[in-house]
Design a protein around this ligand. Structure first.
Ligand code: HEM
Length: 121
């Protein structure tokens, strides 16, 4: 369930990230390139890989830690690119969004590393 949800969320974010990329190309305005890149990498690649990991190691997906890890990773993968986009459009006022987003991403990644080490590879 956790694995499937991560896989589903990742492909939805993938479509958004690709849409943003195509939108930039059509508009010939690449202001949001870093937001597009991080949405694709954190929102699609990282979440999809986590989904595949939990699918391959079902024992790792049980318990509250994995659920917290998944929530942190999803929230971070959305907030961080939004923060980057906000800075690119609106300026440094929006820096706190990026700071919070990056820390949430880091917390999710640290918890994922802990889960991977604890459950073996
Ligand atoms: C339909 C597919 C895609 C389109 C149309 C697209 C479009 C673009 C465009 C227009 C740029 C800006 C290029 C520039 O600044 O000159 C860009 C940058 C980038 N894209 Fe994509 N992209 C696509 C898929 C992906 C995917 C799947 C990933 C990663 C998983 C990705 C990662 C990146 C990265 C890392 C950059 C560089 C960002 C930067 O320089 O700040 N893109 N893409």
């Amino acid at each position: 369930m956790l694995a499937s949800n991560l896989l589903r969320i990742s492909v939805v974010l993938f479509l958004v990230g690709l849409g943003l990329g195509i939108g930039m190309g059509v508009a010939e305005d690449f202001t949001l390139a870093p937001a597009h890149a991080h949405l694709n990498l954190l929102g699609f690649v990282a979440l999809f890989l986590a989904g595949l990991y939990y699918h391959s190691f079902p024992a790792a997906a049980t318990g509250p830690l994995a659920r917290i890890q998944a929530w942190l990773s999803v929230i971070g993968a959305v907030i961080f690119p939004i923060g980057i986009a906000a800075i690119r459009i609106g300026g440094q006022t929006y820096q706190p969004v990026v700071v919070v987003g990056s820390l949430v991403v880091l917390a999710g990644a640290a918890l994922f590393a802990f889960i991977v080490f604890r459950n073996g590879a």
